[in-house]
Design a binder for this molecule. Sequence first.
Ligand SMILES: Nc1ncnc2c1ncn2[C@@H]1O[C@H](COP(=O)(O)OP(=O)(O)O)[C@@H](O)[C@H]1O
Ligand SMILES: [Mg+2]
Length: 397
Amino acid sequence: MDEITNPFSPGAGSRPPALAGREEILHQAHVLLERVKQGRPEKSILLTGLRGVGKTVLLNAIERMAVDTGYHTLAIEGREDQPLAPLIAQYLRKVLIALYPAPGVGEKTRQALAVLGSFISTFSVSVGEVGLKMDIAAARGRADSGNLEIDLQELLVAAAEAAAEHHKAIAIFIDEVQYFSASELSAILAAMHKIQQLELPLVLVGAGLPTLPAMAGDAKSYAERLISFPEIGPLSAMDTAKALRDPALAEGIAFDDHSLEEIFKLTSGYPYFVQEWGSEAWVQAVSSPISLNVIQQCTPRVIARLDRNFFRVRYDRLTPGEKNFLRAMAECRRSPIRTGDLAELLKVRVSTLGPLRSKLINKGMIYSPAHGELAYSVPLFGDFMKRVMPKLARTEN
Ligand SMILES: Nc1ncnc2c1ncn2[C@@H]1O[C@H](COP(=O)(O)OP(=O)(O)O)[C@@H](O)[C@H]1O
Ligand SMILES: [Mg+2]
């Protein structure tokens, strides 16, 4: 088919032509946005799931919803070794400046800018002299303790009060939340706790790996009363079919049932892989409907591409010992995998696996769904490990 009209969009955060199977979570977000705008308390949302399940595109969809609902939004993304304070200050500055020139601007907005000015100098953020430029001096004694937990809370409360003054609301979107440190996460939760108690119009919608609920629970014991952690998983067979069928049909092309079943079987419904197969099928097909035969021709090409890109970038960051650990996980039949089973396979004691296990968790390759259990954070990674390392080595290094 014509590559120019190819509707499929494999890629990180690429908006899918059809956002299949996410109606429930979009509804939950709609309720959250409406309630908070009306000053009613509601739990914030942190989406959790493996890489490539569609957290970022959902976050973006919820942000568009927030904008349509009249929210001022700011979207930040966690990265390894990037502190939270400058990120939040830079984006909040834009929001407050957007509020500032409104007619009848009141004292709260002025104060919020003053608090931001002091937060910025406390955390040495270089975003220009916000306060001076606006002829507003930094607020002494506010958001300047140097303790992020106290200062972020003051900053967000001041910003939310400014929004309330204009009958507006603020929505903060944070992607890759797991990259923030425990103290940063703690500060975010404490600020949201305060905002909720004061019933101020500020919501938080975040996304991250499945370790997030545990991280948040460790940071603050009240996390689960403050936040809901919907799990974003693979699509059902029906939703996978919809994700493929609807965008193709919009271009006048059909998939036959066997081809749809085959893609579901190969991808287990993981959205990123669904887009990859959809895209390749589109390129290879010469007539409609797209048949099983076309999908079978596509499969080796898609797998080779995934192995080269999606999987390989992760694999290349591993030491031999880590590779072997991950390869051994692919041998375990039970899911989730137990550390004990792995030790048995590798013929080592459970305790010797500890350091490798924590290195792999730090690299974001695996996570622990429950005590003593392990899982890959990338879907279908076990199959890749078997392709790239046909045999399991039994030595440790
Ligand atoms: N609900 C969905 N239906 C179809 N495709 C989707 C869906 N959600 C995500 N995708 C596709 O999956 C890929 C990964 O999405 P992304 O949001 O980057 O995942 P994550 O942030 O969880 O790693 C993108 O190519 C996107 O187009
Ligand atoms: Mg993402």
